[in-house]
Design a binder for this molecule. Structure first.
Ligand SMILES: NC(=O)C1=CN([C@@H]2O[C@H](COP(=O)(O)OP(=O)(O)OC[C@H]3O[C@@H](n4cnc5c(N)ncnc54)[C@H](OP(=O)(O)O)[C@@H]3O)[C@@H](O)[C@H]2O)C=CC1
Ligand SMILES: O=C(O)C1=N[C@H](C(=O)O)C[C@H](O)C1
Length: 246
């Protein structure tokens, strides 16, 4: 069966790449392209919408899709417990619709998050560094926030004490942002696409996990797996790992 796919944020870096990927997939058909200012309407009679826009717009777009009975795959960052709950409430009224929200669709990034959660309980110290192109409008990245949350959850479950840090003075920001007790540092550099390092340390050893997306093509297998998977997965799914059965 051919799935009809609408792209919201169609003129953006990710939107353009998704359109190309959909047009190249034999089992998918482009139903429509929507960008800022466009009326989403019935989304071109789409089965699935793919949404890569901006943090301030994504919730309204997703709620519109759910109300239209259109499944949604969302890559936009900036989701909070409150906005996720608004999606859950909308889905309760439209129980056949599926929404997949994933901070990162690159397989290596999903694996990095999983490996980081596995390693978290074994090390005294942990810090996350994310590195991106300078046109990115949010910091830290959604991936880094999720990585830090997963690490913090694993450390809490294993009763690992807070990481040692004797810093008593210095410039504000020098130790990064605290996400659930994990320091997260954001680098913006021309030439980069999307990269993340997770640094773990204990006496006498460190472990570094690093993932690099050198091209937005890296996100496409995950996005397409999400498109094909979300139609059989009613309700809200957070994270591509659920679709990949990780
Ligand atoms: N989950 C993942 O794997 C990935 C997630 N991302 C995330 O996806 C999002 C988009 O990234 P990227 O493509 O680089 O960003 P871009 O800024 O290149 O693209 C966003 C597009 O959405 C448009 N837009 C803004 N508001 C609306 C609206 N209300 N309705 C429809 N379209 C709108 C923008 O228009 P205009 O420019 O005119 O405002 C722009 O064309 C970001 O949050 C980013 O962090 C990115 C890569 C991978
Ligand atoms: O804006 C980007 O480019 C990216 N955004 C996502 C994030 O904030 O985690 C995913 C990836 O890092 C690329």
């Amino acid at each position: 069966m051919t799935l009809r796919v609408a792209v919201i944020g169609a003129a953006g870096r990710m939107g353009r790449q998704v359109i190309e990927a959909v047009e190249q997939a034999a089992d998918l058909e482009l139903a429509g392209r929507f960008d800022v200012g466009d009326d989403l309407g019935d989304l071109g009679n789409a089965d699935v919408a793919v949404e890569f826009t901006v943090p301030g717009a994504t919730l309204a777009n997703v709620l519109h899709c759910v109300e239209q009975g259109v499944h949604v795959v969302v890559g936009t960052t900036g989701w909070t417990d409150e906005s996720l709950n608004q999606v859950r409430a909308a889905l309760a009224v439209h129980p056949k619709v599926g929404v997949l929200i994933a901070p990162n669709f690159a397989i290596g990034a999903v694996l990095t998050m999983r490996f980081a959660a596995q390693a978290a309980r074994f090390y005294e110290s942990v810090e996350v560094i994310e590195l991106h192109h300078p046109d990115k409008v949010d910091a830290p990245s959604g991936t880094a926030v999720r990585t830090a949350e997963l690490i913090a959850e694993a450390r809490r479950a294993a009763d690992v004490p807070p990481a040692p840090d004797a810093t008593a003075s210095g410039l504000e920001g020098a130790r990064g942002a605290q996400v659930d007790g994990v320091p997260v540092h954001a680098v913006r550099l021309r030439g980069l696409v999307a990269h993340e390092e997770v640094l773990f340390g204990s006496p006498g050893e460190t472990l570094t996990l690093r993932h690099d997306s050198y091209d937005r093509a890296s996100f496409m297998p995950g996005v397409l797996a999400g498109v094909r998977g979300v139609v059989d997965r009613p309700g809200l799914t957070v994270g591509l790992e659920e679709i990949l059965d990780l």
